[in-house]
Ligand binder design. Structure first.
Ligand SMILES: [Fe+2]
Ligand SMILES: [Fe+2]
Length: 323
């Protein structure tokens, strides 16, 4: 049976069998009006919307066991029949029609169906990033960025990962969106200051956060990996880049240390790092990163608070005027 999202199910004629992975948004359990048996009901949802569900206890359905096994917010696998009750579309399942509901297993479903996604067009952003990278003339830096862009496993992860778990670009495609923004800020700096080594700036801007792919155990920012907790993405970016550089014969030592300085100092905060930006290109990178992060944080608070109070507060930036 074809898996469907909640809005596709809502559009089906009543009586159609359905199967889906959906997130449990609300749930409750009660005795049926006749006093015989229980009902387990609530709302299931995904990024396309929400639909009600109702389960009737029977030979294969124990409503209490279902209630106990399914946490609010968990993704569930549901099999049932679409119908309409008091004007509301719903998924009904009972022992009689062979329906079921169970917690979904990791990897069974697409996590991106349940988390916020970048508002930008992923392929358009990737097209822009690669068009900038194609202008790199330095053969060593070109080989380095190519070693990442030809790696299809890397590219597919780079397009879906969160930029950070909490504080900026916390959405599917966020890492690419952040990189896309940073490269554009860097482009402006290179236009204003033609003496900047633009090849170094663009290669560094593209690669500065690749360690995020190892910092998080899941692409969508849910949990941190052990090495992410112990080493952080800044070091992990430098390590991933160093590994690629060591596979490029004759990579110039001066380029290597300038690029690694740019990577290692890109998030320098006072007294928190031994790595100082040592070149104009490293300073451009650190400022572009802070610029992109900060602006996106303020925009996000304003968007999330629209129509609420005239001010909102959120870590790590504090108060924002939202009218
Ligand atoms: Fe970073
Ligand atoms: Fe960054």
């Amino acid at each position: 049976m074809k898996l469907m999202n909640s809005s596709e199910i809502k559009a089906l004629p009543d009586g159609t069998p359905v199967e889906a992975f959906l997130q449990c948004r609300t749930k409750s359990r009660r005795i049926v009006a006749t006093g015989k048996g229980e009902i387990f009901a609530g709302d299931l949802g995904d990024n396309s919307g929400e639909i009600k569900f109702v389960a009737f206890s029977g030979s294969t359905i124990d409503c209490k066991a279902l209630d106990d096994s399914i946490d609010l917010g968990a993704v569930v696998h549901v099999k049932g029949v679409k119908n309409t009750h008091q004007g509301f579309p719903q998924i009904v399942f009972s022992s009689r029609d062979g329906g079921s509901m169970r917690p979904a297993l990791p990897g069974e479903y697409d996590l991106a169906s349940f988390v916020p996604k970048t508002n930008q067009d992923v392929e358009a952003m990737w097209g822009y990033v690669t068009s900038i990278l194609s202008t790199i003339k330095d053969p060593s830096l070109k080989s380095l960025v190519d070693s990442f862009t030809v790696d299809t496993a890397f590219v597919s992860k780079f397009k879906i990962f969160y930029g950070a778990r909490m504080f900026h670009h916390s959405c599917a495609g966020g890492l690419l969106e952040h990189t896309w923004e940073v490269i554009q800020y860097c482009e402006q700096a290179c236009k204003i200051h033609p003496s900047l080594d633009r090849d170094l700036v663009y290669a560094g801007a593209f690669l500065h956060d690749v360690g995020v792919l190892r910092e998080n155990a899941e692409p969508l920012g849910m949990t941190e990996s052990k090495e992410g907790f112990m080493l952080g993405h800044v070091y992990l970016s430098a390590e991933a880049i160093s590994a690629k550089i060591s596979a490029i014969p004759g990579f110039p030592e001066a380029t290597r240390v300038k690029l690694l300085n740019l990577i290692l100092s890109h998030q320098r905060k006072e007294e928190e790092s031994d790595f100082y930006p040592r070149t104009p290109e490293s300073v451009v990178m650190a400022c572009a990163d802070a610029f992109g992060v900060k602006v996106s944080q303020y925009i996000r608070v304003k968007k999330d608070s629209a129509g609420a109070d005239w001010r909102a507060s959120r870590a790590p930036i504090g108060g924002v005027y939202t009218e």
